[in-house]
Design a protein around this ligand. Sequence first.
Ligand SMILES: Nc1ncnc2c1ncn2[C@@H]1O[C@H](COP(=O)(O)OP(=O)(O)OP(=O)(O)O)[C@@H](O)[C@H]1O
Ligand SMILES: [Mg+2]
Length: 261
Amino acid sequence: MVRVFTFASGKGGTGKTTVTVNIGTSLAQFGKRTIIMDADIGMANMGLALGLEDVPVTLHEVLAGKAHIHDAVYEGPAGVKVVPSGISLQGFQQANPERLKDVLGDLVEMCDFLLIDAPAGISRDGIIPLAVADDVILVVNPELSSIVDALKTKILTEVVGGHVFGVIVNRAGLEKSDIINQKMEKVLGVRVLGTIPEDQNIRKAASFKTPIVVKFPASSASVAIRNLAAEIAGIPLEQRGPQSQERFIERFTKVLFRGKK
Ligand SMILES: Nc1ncnc2c1ncn2[C@@H]1O[C@H](COP(=O)(O)OP(=O)(O)OP(=O)(O)O)[C@@H](O)[C@H]1O
Ligand SMILES: [Mg+2]
């Protein structure tokens, strides 16, 4: 059965695009047919993140009624399919976000997972992705303004008939994550699905227009993102690949250490 997730936040810059692109790529690495779509039609940057900024047809043309969605689907890393949005202001003005529902109908035929990157804020084009997904995942930073805005987005999602599945805490520092997660769950009333640490490799990978899970698969953020993807897709621990590779390295290091004693 196809599952449609929207990644939303309320506050801007919490990491929605980064999380959508990398969870989508991880799901593709796990062999799941996955599409990631940039529904941030006003401030699109998924295309930029993946080197697809110059493609001829984007979601803009589709929502303007000038192209079919099949022509706006591109091949991304690890076989993830990407529907980028355009970056021109004119394209944004001509795009009708109400058409998104019809577009999804066509896309779900082609995949196991459809991940939608939502815009920040509570504009009209931001509300539709909250309503059309099976589940909304809130991407929140561990700071008060981000949590408060996420709460507004959660309430808005429920008002438009959507469902919030859980929270991803992104850019976590060294503070006690258990306490932060407990507070987060109390305030937002939904489960924390996982935490992604602050990781400089995310910016480095972005400068190569490549997801961190491909460019730096062993980095701390990549491990966390793969775990989240596996959690979302219900993939058992032993099939999570690089993570077991990490356990192997851990075991190997222990053996070496023991050998020196
Ligand atoms: N875990 C992280 N560690 C370090 N940097 C991060 C992390 N997550 C995201 N970033 C950086 O934060 C910035 C914002 O991320 P991103 O563009 O994914 O956020 P967004 O929520 O999509 O923003 P917008 O609301 O503008 O669409 C980017 O420069 C990204 O590289
Ligand atoms: Mg974004």
